[in-house]
Design a binder for this molecule. Structure first.
Ligand code: SF4
Length: 207
């Protein structure tokens, strides 16, 4: 084999892992928690015009997934379940679904690999964990941030907040309606736009 063949092999390997193990399969009667804790317009685009992530982004997402696996093997021995599906019925046969990273009878744990550990948990991560705490009826939740550059980590405790869950439910209805009507939600501009695959078409007039 030549150098180019190995590069192709690596690219295909990452692509295979991403599409077989990570990329979500969407159902029109289901709204996923991760879709409503990020920009709704981005979630709309993800469903209406999915874009294959560039290889480097697939690698980053795959590394994040592998860090989860590292925890999974050990925490399962300690009584945790991994990738637990949480469901919450909404109106009009719509269901809100999310997958909590790890859960036992006492709490839920979300694991986030980041380039820099924040001084307090990021709002979209808190919203996600809080939703799982409601859907799975757990009072306590923890976010573990792992610094994938230098190996540091930090743990933040979160308590259930009903108002935050109400916001998630409201956003699930908003996204569902936007998808049904084919009408993109408003932009939710933030620093996360820098990492959004749709930033070029986000403001295009034809939309
Ligand atoms: S660029 Fe920003 S506002 Fe536009 S879809 Fe992406 S995340 Fe949303």
């Amino acid at each position: 084999m030549k150098e180019g063949d190995i590069k192709t092999l690596f690219h295909e390997c990452v692509k295979w892992y991403f599409f077989n193990r990570i990329a979500p399969q969407y159902n029109p009667n289901v709204i996923y928690v991760h879709e409503v804790t990020q920009c709704l317009k981005k979630s709309y685009f993800n469903r209406k015009m999915p874009i294959e992530p560039i290889t480097s982004k697939m690698v980053i997402l795959t590394i994040g997934e592998l860090i989860h696996k590292l925890f999974q093997d050990y925490l399962e021995k300690k009584g945790f379940k991994f990738e637990v599906e949480c469901r919450y019925p909404l109106e009009n046969q719509l269901t809100l679904i999310g997958h909590a990273d790890a859960m036992n009878s006492d709490c839920i744990i979300e694991i986030k690999s980041v380039k820099k550990i924040p001084s307090s948990p990021l709002e979209h991560h808190v919203l996600q964990l809080n939703a799982y705490m409601y859907m799975a009826n757990r009072e306590k939740g923890y976010i573990i941030y792992i610094d994938k550059i230098n190996g540091g980590f930090e743990v933040f405790e979160c308590r259930r907040d009903y108002r935050k869950f109400g916001k998630i439910v409201e956003r699930a209805y908003q996204l569902h309606e936007a998808l049904l009507k084919g009408n993109p939600p408003n932009e939710e501009t933030s620093w996360l736009c820098n990492y959004c695959e749709y930033r070029i078409i986000c403001k295009s007039e034809w939309l």
